[in-house]
Design a protein around this ligand. Structure first.
Ligand code: C2E
Ligand code: MG
Ligand code: MG
Length: 725
């Protein structure tokens, strides 16, 4: 045994060795021998000194003489045992009796060397003893470590948030940690001995089988996500938590029996509750694919579904439709009632749109007031137009948003696969083009896409390009539309109307380009040009000695929204030395409403300086009549849509009548726009209207003609005056 160790272990050098002997010669020679061999040697000249040393120092080995005056070697060993001193003893003695040797071994001596000794022999024995001590120390450490690590593991297993289990070869629980109660609600003891399928969701049993299977698990860990059953809700007091999604890591357990053969003894694993992670994944996936305001799919999900639907339609040789829906005048709702009301309207609208659809249809919100609709499995265009009609009809019902009752309408563009386009991108683009067309057709209608529209859309782009050059190329001009005092037939003012002399399209009226100018912001430069041009003419007329008539200029929202609009406007009049009463402005209700707080002070400032402010297109806006009293305006211009059907439409005449009565009550000037026939004029005279602007009197005129008309009107006037006098 000692022999074996000798081969395996190298004795530790630097070990502390105590040599105890009463013979000085032996003491010296032993200590020299050992010191030379690399040990740290201490000496004691008798047993008492040895015990003292042992009590205060730690020795790996003691070479101990037996026969000494005072305490004998045996007694020293007794003390060592009594005091449980951790050391080794080699007895080096001249007493060779077997009794003495036995009693030394009984007292714990490791070896026995006879005097006189061979130096080599004693070194070898010392080496062996120390090697054996080292081994023992190592083992002791290992045992300690093992004990510690077992405690550590037990601690880890029990305090783990994950469920840790082991199963026997049949798949029955042999161990579960405390986490099982928290994760699944099962008391630990209830699960022990049960088969694992007791807690696996029925649909996941098959998938779970290989986790608990000997061949599959092997010694590599296998990871799987599955659902485990939770104890019933009544016991848990947390309703709805029937299944827990978990991630499971399993491994096979093996034992090696006597003959070294590996034997499968079951599986063990770690189960992690991933409900939170699943929930987070779900939320993230939902947010990535849905519009959070309405809960509808967003553009990404729509494109996904559309791509799938196209593939399906291709396979089945069927058609599908895509609709582009844009809420009419939504910006106005947002601007006047605020974004909270706007959001509510969008939500309610989304719900109402949904109610018009089939289960297979996808309605998505692209953003703002734009929605798209995918209608798969369409047989013919009418299948789609029927749904569009259903939508338009459903929107005829009012929306109640807080204290407000609103009417919303949409413009719808419809495109069909594969006739109009065969890629998702083009389908959406062309549905948008068709929607734009619906807007131009007066909103609240649907349009089926056709190729002419596409040409129009590209025409639009070209028009924007031309518009950017129009100012530089001096292609704009102003026309002047007279406003007439009915009783006297005199021109009391003009409205300045913009015209674009387009190099190829000829003379264009604002309806074909003003919205583009507004969308692109070019309206600001154009507006500036209009004002300067109009001021120029006012001066010309004044200098030509013509009677002073007011010219009203139309102002776009973007112009009035400029912070210094009023100041700049007045500065311009001053530069031209023009009386502010000669240049008026026309502004629509919706322009004011876009930013009431900023706009009203500007209007007040202009009004106080003498600039006449007209409310244009009156009657088409949203604000209540009583709101008018709060606006700093001088004139109402009744929108021509009320005049068109007069006298046929008595309702319209009574509306104009109400407006006229109210204007008189508020002391506002009233100009009726769009009078084309004598019958219309007569009806208006019948309700007491005094001024109008319309083709009946004249078309909007280029400046030269307007000057002539003004001069003639003036001469006539003078003639009248002469006759009268
Ligand atoms: P608006 O300010 O309401 O101008 C009146 C429009 O009604 C003019 O159309 C005029 O030609 C038309 N009109 C007047 N009487 C009759 C009639 O008896 N029958 C018919 N059928 N139409 C009549 P126009 O010139 O095409 O202008 C359209 C709109 O373009 C204007 O509506 C105004 O909002 C805008 N606009 C015109 N000039 C300018 C401008 O210089 N700047 C800005 N920002 N907008 C302008
Ligand atoms: Mg106008
Ligand atoms: Mg108008």
């Amino acid at each position: 045994m000692i022999q074996e160790q000798e081969q395996k272990q190298t004795p530790p050098l630097g070990a502390q060795v105590l040599v105890v002997d009463d013979e000085p010669l032996i003491l010296t020679s032993l200590s020299r021998l050992l010191t030379n061999a690399g040990y740290r040697v201490h000496i004691a000249r008798n047993g008492n000194e040895a015990v003292r040393n042992i009590e205060t120092n730690r020795y790996d080995l003691i070479l101990l003489d037996l026969k000494m005056p005072g305490l004998t070697g045996h007694e020293v060993m007794d003390r060592i045992q009594e005091k449980r001193v951790d050391t080794m003893v080699i007895v080096v003695s001249g007493d060779v009796s077997i009794e003495s040797a036995i009693s030394a071994i009984r007292r714990g001596a490791y070896d026995f060397v006879r005097k006189p000794y061979e130096p080599d022999e004693i070194l070898k024995r010392v080496q062996n003893a120390l090697a054996s001590r080292q081994l023992e120390l190592d083992n002791r450490n290992m045992a300690k470590r093992l004990q510690r690590s077992e405690q550590w593991h037990r601690y880890l297993v029990n305090s783990s948030l994950d469920l840790i289990y082991s199963l026997d070869t049949e798949g029955r629980f042999t161990f579960v940690n405390n986490a099982v109660e928290r994760i699944l609600g099962f008391p630990k003891r209830e699960l022990l001995g049960k088969h694992y399928t007791t807690i696996v969701h029925d649909e996941d049993v098959l998938g779970a089988a290989h986790l608990f299977n000997e061949r599959r698990t092997g010694e590599r860990s296998v990871r799987v996500e599955l659902r485990l059953k939770h104890v019933d809700e009544s016991r848990l007091h947390s309703p709805g938590k029937r299944f827990v999604p978990v991630e499971l890591n399993a491994m096979g357990m093996y034992d090696s029996d006597g003959d070294g053969q590996r034997r499968f003894i079951g599986t063990y694993g770690v189960v992690r509750d991933i409900a939170d992670r699943k929930r987070a994944e779900k939320t993230i996936a939902y947010q990535a694919y849905h519009d959070l305001l309405t809960g509808l799919p967003n553009r990404a999900l729509f494109q996904d579904r559309l791509a799938q639907a196209i593939n399906q339609a291709k396979r089945d040789n069927t058609q599908l439709a895509v609709m582009f829906l844009d809420l009419d005048k939504f910006k106005f709702v947002n601007d006047s009632l605020g974004h909270v009301a706007g959001d509510k309207l969008l939500k309610t609208l989304a719900a109402r749109l949904r109610s018009c659809l089939r289960e297979v249809d996808t309605l998505a919100r692209l953003g703002g007031d734009e929605f798209v609709l995918l209608l798969p499995q369409i047989n013919e265009a009418t299948d789609a137009t029927l749904i569009a009609e259903k939508i338009l009809l459903a929107l005829q019902q009012k929306f109640v948003i807080g204290d407000h009752e609103l009417f919303a309408s949409v413009s719808i563009g419809i495109v069909l696969y594969p006739d109009d386009a065969d890629t998702s991108e083009n389908l959406i683009k062309r549905a948008d083009v068709a929607m734009y067309h619906a807007k131009n057709q007066g909103r609240n209608n649907y349009q089926l896409f056709n190729y002419a529209m596409d040409a129009q859309a590209s025409g639009r782009l070209a028009l924007v390009r031309d518009l950017r050059n129009a100012l530089d190329h001096s292609e704009f001009e102003m026309h002047y539309h007279p406003q007439v005092d009915i009783p006297s037939g005199r021109i009391v003012g003009f409205e300045a109307l913009l015209r674009w002399n387009h190099p190829t399209h000829g003379l264009l009226s604002p309806s074909s380009f003003i919205h583009l100018a507004e969308e692109t912001g070019i309206i600001l430069q154009i507006g500036e040009w209009v004002l300067r041009t109009v001021c120029g003419y006012a001066i010309k007329w004044r200098d030509a000695g013509l009677p002073p008539v007011r010219i009203a200029v139309n102002i776009s929202p973007q112009q009035i929204q400029k912070p210094h609009f009023a100041d700049n406007f007045l500065k311009l009049l001053e530069e031209h030395q023009l009386d502010p009463a000669l240049i008026g402005i026309e502004i629509t209700e919706s322009t004011i409403m876009k930013d009431v707080e900023q706009t009203i002070p500007k209007l007040i400032k202009l009004g106080e300086a003498g600039v006449e402010i007209s409310l244009d297109d009156f009657g088409t806006g949203y604000s209540s009549l009583s709101y008018l009293t709060k606006l700093p305006i001088h004139t109402l211009k009744v929108d021509q849509s009320f005049i068109r059907d007069i006298p046929r439409n008595a309702g319209h005449l009574s509306i104009v009548n109400a407006i006229a009565t109210m204007a008189r009550g508020l002391g506002l000037r009233l100009v009726v726009e769009g009078v084309e026939t004598q019958a219309q004029l007569d009806s208006l005279i019948g309700i007491g209207c005094k001024e109008y602007q319309g083709f009946l009197f004249a078309q909007p005129l280029p400046s030269g003609k307007a000057t002539d008309l003004l001069r003639g009107n003036h001469a006539e006037q003078r003639a009248e005056i002469k006759i009268a006098s």
